[in-house]
Design a protein around this ligand. Structure first.
Ligand SMILES: Cc1cc2nc3c(=O)[nH]c(=O)nc-3n(C[C@H](O)[C@H](O)[C@H](O)COP(=O)(O)OP(=O)(O)OC[C@H]3O[C@@H](n4cnc5c(N)ncnc54)[C@H](O)[C@@H]3O)c2cc1C
Length: 448
């Protein structure tokens, strides 16, 4: 059993997140599992991973699949993120990836990340849904001179790995991005861009269902045991018997999981605010003539983008508990970050504020595989706030592995293979570790 480590409100599946996306996106109507049933593959978690896995199992391999989601579809991170279709999903620099793994494996990892970024657009095209895609490429904005030098090196290794990108001077970035005291130039990655993340979730759900997958919302897996070679998953109104199980719960790990996966993921809270639509005069003061998303180079990253309806979205790490009574204070913190980036912007009215869990690991890159003590259970975990490109792709990879399809070098890449190291069992120690890491990274950001 994994435990919820934050305030219970972060795990309340009865309440949908009050996000800008939820207010602007139609979701398919999906009900709870009504009784007992049997299926080849049961998937726990109705986000990008689970839905993409179900879609690919049904569509590409003709394998029957069923998704159990504890909340509504898109309740987790997949419905409430910032919609950056960016890469790579890791907290290591590109150089560190090349140092830690053989060059061929490092290259395969970056190629898979690029393939994942493209897969998002391909799926929307193939399955006929609208991502509300905007912007051309992604910017990483240097928050200091030293950070710009690091970006130069990052760009070198990313290009070596086949990711098209270029370094922009402070003046060149100010043309499309913004000026101000918090930018010293940027790395422009030519591919990817902004999407509506909940539209991707809804599109995957509709496509999976059209191809025959069964989807059930408000159906938490409450208990899981094995009987005569079958997995039996208990939900409030019915049980699922399945030959194979996919655990696609990512940062929302507050229920039973195989012992070998326990304490491998450290969730962290990230907060987002979205402004009211801003006037042209305010946009002139802010900058951002592009709709491409951007994030700064801090370890405690701030990410931001101009939305197509002229609102500003900005997000950053939160506190380490998540009590909603602190919402006003945390909103103020985000407004403070905003004022630091855009000192000329003046008062910015806020329409939406919400939070969600990203998933971190000690390994600092995502993992997928078969559970060591039961190969009929597959999992993925840990994408460091970069799941738009990586989780639909990992969902497809899980589907191929389940179907016994021969995996290519990117899918079979060693970078994804090993499990991350264990964390302390105690939620208090996990939160304390996170606090210490935030102090350490905050200092590092100031010195960089
Ligand atoms: C605030 C925020 C901003 C982010 N911004 C970006 C971004 O701009 N770009 C980007 O690439 N990534 C971003 N991410 C990360 C990205 O959203 C995630 O990596 C991705 O959505 C994970 O997808 P998933 O399907 O693996 O997990 P999730 O979407 O989190 O889905 C897991 C689901 O499992 C369900 N679940 C858990 N236990 C059970 C159970 N026992 N029974 C049934 N269901 C269960 C949960 O309810 C949850 O809905 C952000 C994340 C957050 C929180």
């Amino acid at each position: 059993m994994s435990q919820a480590i934050f305030h219970p409100s972060l795990y309340d599946r009865n309440t949908y997140h009050p996000s800008y996306w939820a207010a602007h996106t139609d979701l398919p109507s999906v009900g709870p599992l009504p009784g007992d049933t049997e299926v080849e593959v049961a998937i726990i978690g109705g986000g990008y991973t689970g839905l993409s896995c179900a879609l690919h199992l049904q569509r590409d391999h003709g394998i029957a699949s069923l998704v159990l989601e504890a909340g509504a579809i898109g309740w987790g991170a997949s419905g409430r993120n910032a919609g950056f279709n960016t890469l790579p999903a890791c907290k290591l620099s590109a150089l560190e990836v090349f140092q830690r793994w053989p060059e061929s494996e490092a290259r395969a990892f970056f190629a898979s990340q690029r393939e994942g970024q493209a897969l998002v657009y391909e799926l929307a095209e193939q399955e006929g849904f609208d991502l509300h895609a905007c912007g051309a490429g992604i910017y990483q904005v240097a928050h200091s001179r030293g950070a710009l030098a690091d970006l130069e090196e990052e760009g070198h290794w990313l290009r070596k790995a086949g990711i098209p990108c270029e370094r922009l001077s402070r003046e060149a970035f100010a043309e499309v991005g913004h000026a101000g005291p918090d930018q010293f130039g940027a790395l422009y990655m030519h591919e990817g861009g902004g999407i509506n993340p909940l539209a991707l979730t809804a599109g995957l759900a509709q496509a999976a269902r059209r191809h025959g997958a069964q989807l059930y919302s408000h159906s938490p897996m409450q208990h899981w045991h094995k009987q005569a070679g079958w997995h039996v998953l208990h939900t409030p109104h019915g049980r699922v018997r399945a030959r194979q199980v996919v655990l696609a719960t990512n940062g929302y790990r507050d229920s039973q999981e195989p012992p070998s996966l326990a304490q491998r993921v450290l969730p962290a809270i990230s907060n987002i605010l979205v402004s009211a639509p801003l006037s042209e005069a305010q946009w002139q003061a802010i900058g951002l003539s592009t709709l491409s998303p951007m994030s700064d180079t801090r370890m405690l990253v701030t990410y931001y983008r101009r939305l197509p309806d002229n609102r500003l979205l900005l997000g950053a790490r939160s506190d380490t508990w998540g009590d909603p009574r602190l919402d006003a204070r945390l909103q103020q913190l985000l407004l403070h970050l905003l004022a630091k980036k855009f000192p000329e912007a003046g008062a910015i009215p806020i329409d939406y504020f919400w939070r969600g869990l990203v998933s971190l690991t000690r390994k600092r890159v995502p993992s997928w595989g078969r559970v060591p003590d039961d190969p009929s259970v597959l999992f993925n975990l840990g994408c460091f706030g970069s799941g738009v490109n990586s989780m639909p792709w990992l969902g497809r990879t899980l589907a191929r592995a389940l179907a016994g399809y021969p995996l290519n070098a990117r899918e079979d890449c060693a970078v994804y293979r090993e499990l991350p190291g264990r964390l302390p069992r105690s939620p208090w120690l996990q939160r304390s570790g996170l606090q210490l890491a935030y102090l350490h990274y905050g200092l590092q950001d100031r010195l960089a």
